[in-house]
Design a protein around this ligand. Structure first.
Ligand SMILES: C[S@@+](CC[C@H](N)C(=O)[O-])C[C@H]1O[C@@H](n2cnc3c(N)ncnc32)[C@H](O)[C@@H]1O
Length: 321
């Protein structure tokens, strides 16, 4: 029965142009049954019937997915590295390629913590809080600040920060370092609502790492996938200006202001923006009109596409000429 249901769902989703119809059908059936995918497979091997109420829920989910609602909006969660983040309308769904951008920030933060005992990391344009929370949970000893402009996205980030802060506190409680009964757990990420280009003046020059996946799509390059065009918020996609890099330029200036000399900047961009992103970083200037970043480097994602620019903040000796 579940095999027939899955076959029907696969055909519906494939006909609708969904990129991964088999996987999506399985995720949705597992969601309707309230189990994970490995348990779903076990139930299928055992030839278990799908109860009528779950089959009806599944049919509804398949029809919404066939109308190209994002899979993660239907399940309410998005996987990002080892995290499960709450997502839904009003917030950008974190992408696998951003896991690589987070990896660069995580590696640098771990190195700094190893050398100095602690590290300050800033995630500009945090959305769900994905990068900030990955750093905070994977690198103990980091103080992570995250900035989000949009009120709906900020509310999703708050929800994720609070949920993971509670998880961390409860894990620590097992080791006596958690919160007591009735206490609110300390947030593992300091979340700020505002424009990332002008936020966090209190920590100017103190950040070891600034990481960002800002909006960078040019206004005339409307994404083809309905999941993106119709469901990711415009403020999360379009970077403004003729090249889509107006917001990223402001983010790069903010990174220059926030980083200590020697600190690392990593920013995601589109594959076609690699050269323009390097030029943008090279063009950043301090208040005296001097360059602020050393030679920028373009790095690839796991599929070999040029998707991020990485550069180090120069020290005063270089800026001074
Ligand atoms: C491409 S999404 C990335 C979200 C998250 N970093 C991720 O990788 O999943 C860009 C995010 O930047 C936010 N944003 C856009 N302009 C901003 C600004 N000037 N300051 C702060 N956040 C901004 C959007 O609301 C959106 O949540």
């Amino acid at each position: 029965m579940s095999t027939q249901l899955l076959k029907w769902a696969y055909e519906e989703l494939a006909d609708a142009g969904v990129a991964s119809p088999q996987a999506d059908a399985e995720v949705l059936l597992a969601h309707a049954l309230g189990v994970d995918r490995s348990e779903l497979r076990r139930l299928m091997v055992l030839g278990r019937e799908v109860p009528d109420d779950a089959a009806a829920v599944f049919a509804g989910l398949v029809s919404r997915r066939a109308a190209r609602e994002p899979l993660q909006h239907l399940t309410g969660v998005a996987a990002f590295r080892h995290l499960e983040l709450a997502v839904g309308p009003g917030v950008f769904v974190p992408r696998p390629e951003t896991e690589e951008v987070a990896q660069v920030a995580i590696d640098e933060a771990a190195k700094v913590v190893g050398e100095r005992g602690s590290a300050v990391v800033v995630d500009l344009c945090t959305g769900t809080g994905a990068i900030a929370l990955a750093v905070a949970t994977e690198v103990p000893g980091t103080r992570v600040h995250a900035v989000e402009l949009d009120k709906d996205a900020h509310a999703w980030a708050e929800r994720n920060v609070d949920a993971l802060s509670a998880e961390v506190a409860s894990a620590r409680a097992g080791t006596k370092a958690g919160t007591g009964p009735g206490e609110t757990p300390e947030r593992i990420v300091r979340l700020v609502k505002g424009d990332a280009r002008t936020a966090l003046y209190g920590i100017d020059g103190l950040a070891d790492v600034v990481v960002s996946n800002p909006p960078y799509v040019p206004s005339d390059a409307v994404p083809v996938d309905p999941e993106v065009a119709e469901h990711d918020p415009a403020v999360a996609l379009y970077g403004l200006g003729p090249d889509g890099l107006e917001v990223p330029r402001g983010i790069t200036d903010a990174a220059a202001r926030l980083l200590r000399p020697g600190g690392l900047y990593v920013m995601e961009h589109a594959e076609v923006q690699a050269e323009a992103a390097r030029d943008m970083v090279l063009a950043a200037r301090d208040a005296d009109g001097l360059p602020v970043f050393g030679e920028p480097e373009t790095r690839k994602d796991l599929t070999g596409r040029h998707r991020m620019v990485v550069a180090r903040r120069l020290g005063p000796e270089r800026s001074a000429g």
